[in-house]
Design a protein around this ligand. Sequence first.
Ligand code: G4P
Length: 529
Amino acid sequence: MTFKQEIARRRTFGIISHPDAGKTTLTEKLLLFGGAIQEAGAVKSNKIKKGATSDFMEIERQRGISVATSVLAFLYKNHKINILDTPGHKDFAEDTFRTLTAVDSVIVVIDVAKGVEEQTEKLVEVCRMRNIPMIVFINKLDREGRDAFDLLDEVEQKLGLTVTPLSFPIGMGYDFKGIYNLYEKNINLFSGSSKKKLEETISFDDVSNPELEKLIGPSSAQTLRDNLELVEGVYPAFDRQAYLQGHLQPVFFGSALNNFGVRELLDCFVQIAPPPRPKMAEERLVEPSETQMTGFVFKIHANMDPKHRDRLAFVKIVSGTFERNKPYLHVRLNKQLKFSSPNAFFAEKKEVVDQSFPGDIVGLHDTGNFKIGDTLTEGEVLHYKGIPSFSPEHFRYINNADPMKAKQLAKGIDQLMDEGVAQLFTLELNGRMVIGTVGALQYEVIQYRLEHEYGAKCTYEPFPVHRACWVEPEDPKSPEYQEFLRVKQKFLATDKRGQLVFLADSAFSLQMTRDKYPGVKLHFTSEFE
Ligand code: G4P
């Protein structure tokens, strides 16, 4: 197979949803179709069970699983599919945001009864900002749910999308008869048997065919015809280009648990979803077909086995062929590195590979060289963009609880921050350290891991901050900026990259500061144009 063919057959994507909408179930069914697993139940859910906030075994268990399921790869109809797993728990939302920088498209799963939920809104917003192509899968059609048109409306309004259904349900819940596939023009009848592994479909180019009555009964046939007419009248026709640019989102209906509508989704997905896309670096746009290897780290997993101090850095290959034992430039450190055992992922296994292509993820064993966002190249100085830090929502002082272990604590904090577990801010005024997180759960994770992996103890103290804002002065020499630095010194800190951050203690003071210093831009993320 040529290099170009290898690129063209790759599909690297993520599945996003609010917890419980059916992400794990759908992933598992996709793997079943790909023949990567033999039976249902083989994919472990990486979600933290409800009420397990203080159960550290649960956190460790979850970390173990999330390494195993970080990338689930399989072959389907000669396509190489890479599913990048995203944690569902909202306290780990930042992990998900970062993973979204490594996908070329996403599938959004929505529960037919619950509709658009909070976590879906946040994640879709990130995808929309980046114009990531999205397919929507409305799940659990075997249950009583909302009217399909109402749901499509809600998806458009709450998520700001422009949808076009490529399949449409015939009935729902108790009355659920099946799905009409507008893309392939056929009907798939629902038998209610969850054991059914492969589905039979009946071709139906023209729904006015009276055979339809025989198949689903007169009333369902009429409803389906009316609905399809409405679909045609209301929604734009599917246009692949618009989908690829992030302007149009096709919708499928089904039931992941019953393996229903999943094949349609997958068949359409491999046809329309994009192969690896070009990626913007600070310096230039990089095309996957370029022969020189480039890639970036989007995730780091550390110290799974406390006896082995190594970490696994997940690198998305953007261009060229990644080869084992070939030296690559670690741009931030300006250092050549060779990797003797890069891991590739296949279903739930990882194995050493000699070559990886754009779209693939390789896991590199690392002894502390990598940070999230690092770029690897064959010599060119490139910095991939798009892995920003977002303002955390919780802030606490972190104190050393064992003066004998100050070194261990510093090392532990340093490494956990590199992994992206939380963000560290150092106060300008007194050098005290503040940890910012997306969820309260992370404080327990950090405390536990510092103690068990680094032998260090910490305590926390409340630190009332409303938002962290990255500071960008229009003119660093202006008297206005100098005054801002002087007056607000108490609220200023540096993040781990040395960028200046303003820690606003309330929404009111943030607004006041913005009004008073219009020449000082305050951003909620660390990357701004
Ligand atoms: P998540 O990863 O998005 O959090 O969701 P997950 O797949 O774990 O699914 C959440 C629950 O919804 C599971 O039930 C799962 O069986 C169920 N589910 C998924 N797809 C469908 C579907 O098409 N129809 C119906 N009726 N249910 C579906 P659970 O009871 O929480 O877990 P389990 O004990 O079944 O594993």
